[in-house]
Design a protein around this ligand. Sequence first.
Ligand code: TRP
Length: 371
Amino acid sequence: MGKIILTGDRPTGKLHLGHYVGSLRRRVELQNSGEFEKIFIMIADAQALTDNADNPEKIRQNIIEVALDYLSAGLDPEKVTIFIQSQVPELCELAFYYMNLVTVQRLQRNPTVKQEIQLRGFSDCEDDEVQSRKGIPVGFFTYPISQASDITAFRATTVPVGVDQAPMIEQTREIVHKFNSVYGETLVTPEMLLPENAVCCRLPGTDGKAKMSKSLGNCIYLSDTSKEIKKKVNSMFTDPQHLQITDPGHVEGNVVFTYLDAFSTEEHFARFLPEYANLDEMKDHYRRGGLGDGTCKKFLYSIMEDILQPIRERRAQYQKNIPLVYEILRKGSETARAEAARTLADVRKAMRIDYFDDADLIAEHTRKYQD
Ligand code: TRP
């Protein structure tokens, strides 16, 4: 059987460089590898609503932004199915049945959900709820189960995600195991596919903070203009002890070098900074002293432009034809729905709740009441 990918993102904002190195770039490679029979990329609006109940308009506005980011990063709707989660209602029905296979206690142990509860300021104490802090929405608490539906509905063998999603994949595998042992072999057990190198797992923000995040205002967006990128690169955090060009510098914790680690290739050196053959040589010079931050930033800016300009150009093309983008999403959602419906039919059959198609059941009850 062929390998199938499912992955996705919550549409809570435009995608940034962290998303690009962490997942988008990889997805485009996977798309072009020819290794996969089918690839589904989901805009997880329903999951985003689980902790944005009071701000549905934010989600509604960001679906198109994420779709534009996908297409401009190089995802090709001829090769991958891009769809909107809420437009596949079969996913809800699957989740409803899976809920019977998971305990409250198991959900409470999910480390990512625990962390998100902290970050969102949800309270898990009943007294607080009465006073001021908001309690945990049930939909939010159970989203790992909904995520298991997303993955299994498409019979995904492979789920490319960041490490923060590991608990969701583990939960999905447990649900698959439980379902198959109770109802018979039906669902496919997925594997997680992590990013290849460490820098790609977590690109720091332009301010050097651990993570690029919209709320910290330290992002480079895929949709940024050249001017915005120049400004952001120039204001990047470097080495506070590297005051004079001749001072020895540190590359660890120096954001410009972290970004060069993530993005620079020997080809970039040949084209934009031929004084060095590769990043190691450049780092050596910086450490010795004599290499200024200005030169490093100029080089990084050239690389950023090299990567982002084609993305920006594709975005501009798609932005001129928004109805086409919605059409891509509509068609993708139809394809996804047909696929999920097949799995749902299998699930109903395995659970033996397909009563009207079950001739044996009707015959059995006919006999029961004969004479
Ligand atoms: N939880 C993922 C995120 O926050 C989004 C998501 C929803 C997802 N369903 C999924 C990812 C299924 C992979 C597979 O980014």
